[in-house]
Design a protein. Sequence first.
Length: 303
Amino acid sequence: MSNPHFYPIGTPGQAWGDTERAQWRARQVRQRSYADDVLPRIERLRERFDVEHYGEVAYADERFPLFAIRSRGWNSALPSVLVTGGVHGYETSGVLGALRFVEAHAEAYAGRVNLLVVPCVSPWAYERIQRWNFDALDPNRSFRPASPAQESAALLRLIGPMRGQFTAHIDLHETTDTDESEYRPAVAARDGQPFEPATIPDGFYLVDDTVNPQPAFQQAIILAVERVTHIAPADAHGGIIGSPLVAHGVIHYAMKELGLCAGITGARYTTTTEVYPDSPRATPEQCIAAQVAAVCAGVNFLN
């Protein structure tokens, strides 16, 4: 039986209003710096890539500039790939993996593919190590027209002129123990729903698109990543996070219907990566390396 008092904010069975969202926001503590961790690494990439300031996230008295890194000599005759990280700010390896991919590998693809990399979609949440944005919204459920999430709306504006021109989109995420201890209870409380406990998958997995499954693409990424870290097995119900396992380490989500980042481009090949940094079998370095391996494998699949 679920516990009706599973979260410290709100009244069980009642969706949050402005008061509860303000209470939630007051609990969020800045724990790291986007300006120190991310922006200098992007700035150094200007020597080798085109860096575009594509928008700003503005909350109260805080302003966060948003940046994308683009291949020089963009050639519309080549396949184009979008790589996104930090849609959920607390998913550290997504941000660091996207940056490392550009720093260490992106130049090798010059003349083979066009790359557009957005390393940190949600900087306010990155600093608070939080899934939601300032307004207690999940950006990765908000990629839709007239998005209420600033982060999602800004990314949609960036890729809007190029929608339909991307061949692939690889969105870098993590599944952590706090998904079960904090974020899923918070979602249930915010929405006035009961919280039903679940399990966290131990290992890396991929989310493919229910409407446009690309099993060979997913398999190529899984094969590359399992050289770096372990792949999540099925749970006792034969699935992962409530979805049936359709292949080794792969599940399906309806990306566009759910407002997921990986559904924004109209690309043929799309995937959401999920590493597990809290596993006793994986280190933070392995998680970053797994994200880089996933991107490299996805891009190599196109060539």
